[in-house]
Design a protein around this ligand. Structure first.
Ligand code: A2P
Length: 334
């Protein structure tokens, strides 16, 4: 079986370290493995498959020099903007976790459970969607296919780990009474309705990412979508309230069955036993969990869902590694 040279860019970061974990768990056929970061952490070491790897400083020649076949990037938008085209130029396929390339028409935006075959349209860069969007579309795709979604209202409750190591530190230090370094306000004991920067229309960039990325992944520009994204004092896993209105009428039992057979989706919904998806339970898991499934009685064909997933795993690292697995399984690299 063919083996691949795989690199992780941003390997010392929150998502980067999880790339290593998930690559190890899923036993990808790796020939040579490389870990890159900035000059700050070059020379430090990371463990992978029981071996110590020295962190290398990323530069223009990294991909060519090491003949990298697949590179998983999570080192911020600036690094992706600069280095992803350089990597692609040298014949490497980049799976990029930043928002830099997601809305580029030439770049597929992929959640394997939804639109894996879009990978075949790649020109060297494949974008991994925003964490909040990934878990939402895993739940929404089977419903869109069955009942044709007209409108979506997202409200998110996002973990601090979505802001990387800095976000994690703000919550743990905030709990000890120390001031925030990463967020604009104290997150401990608080909810901050502000993720990423504010845009002219009053929305945050995070909210607009959810709107635009959902349309691109579900391949339906007609979807009406609005979003409010909120940072909450939770370490791991994003929770989302999703209100959906369909064009077609539906039967609630059928809708629940549709969700139960959804790929990568687990229904946890037994309110009599106080069973519903919880951030703490989703942490460390690769699936998306859905519960509190109930008819929205204020409209004709509406439903409310509570959707939870580990934002660093399914919302980032797992999704990217699944894309790499699909590339390998389908011999995308000649
Ligand atoms: P470093 O450890 O050298 O700073 P997080 O989002 O969790 O803070 O992680 C960001 C990741 O991106 C880290 O691995 C960080 O490396 C890496 N990174 C940041 N800037 C660069 C850069 N210019 N080149 C390569 N890696 C970078």
């Amino acid at each position: 079986m063919r083996k691949y040279n795989i690199a992780v860019v941003g390997a010392t970061g929150m998502v980067g370290r999880t790339f290593l974990k998930v690559l190890e768990e899923r036993k990808l056929p790796i020939d040579n493995f490389y870990v890159f970061a900035s000059a700050r952490s070059a020379g430090s070491t990371l463990m992978f498959q029981g071996k110590e790897y020295t962190v290398l400083e990323l530069n223009e020649n990294s991909f060519k020099d090491y003949q990298v076949d697949i590179a998983l990037f999570s080192a911020g938008g600036g690094t992706s903007l600069k280095y992803a085209p350089i990597a692609a130029e040298s014949g490497c396929i980049v799976i990029d976790n930043s928002s830099a390339w997601r809305m580029d028409k030439e770049v597929p935006l992929v959640v394997p459970e939804v639109n894996a075959s879009d990978i075949l349209k790649h020109k060297g860069i494949i974008a991994n969607p925003n964490c909040s969007t990934i878990q939402a579309v895993v739940a929404l795709n089977p419903l869109h296919r069955a009942y044709s979604i007209k409108r979506i209202i997202y409200t998110t409750f996002q973990a601090v780990s979505g802001a990387g190591m800095g976000g994690y530190n703000d919550l743990s230090e905030g709990l000890k009474g120390n001031p925030p370094q990463k967020f604009p306000h104290q997150i401990a004991g608080n909810c901050i309705p502000h993720i990423d920067v504010f845009l002219e229309n009053g929305y945050t960039k995070e909210e607009i990412k959810m709107v635009e990325e959902t349309r691109k992944i579900l391949n339906d520009q007609s979807l009406k979508i609005t979003a409010t994204t909120v940072r909450v004092p939770v370490f791991d896993s994003h929770s989302e309230s999703i209100n959906v209105e369909f064009n077609k009428s539906y039967d609630l039992e059928d809708l629940i069955e549709t969700l139960k057979s959804g790929e990568g989706l687990i229904v946890q919904d037994d309110t009599a036993k106080e069973i519903y998806p919880l951030a703490l339970n989703a942490a460390g898991q690769d699936e998306v969990f859905v519960g509190r499934i109930r008819r929205d009685e204020s409209v004709d064909n509406g439903v409310n869902l509570w959707v939870v997933a580990d934002n660093i795993r399914k919302g980032a690292a797992t999704n990217a590694v699944q894309i790499a697995q699909w590339i390998i399984a389908n011999d995308v690299i000649q």
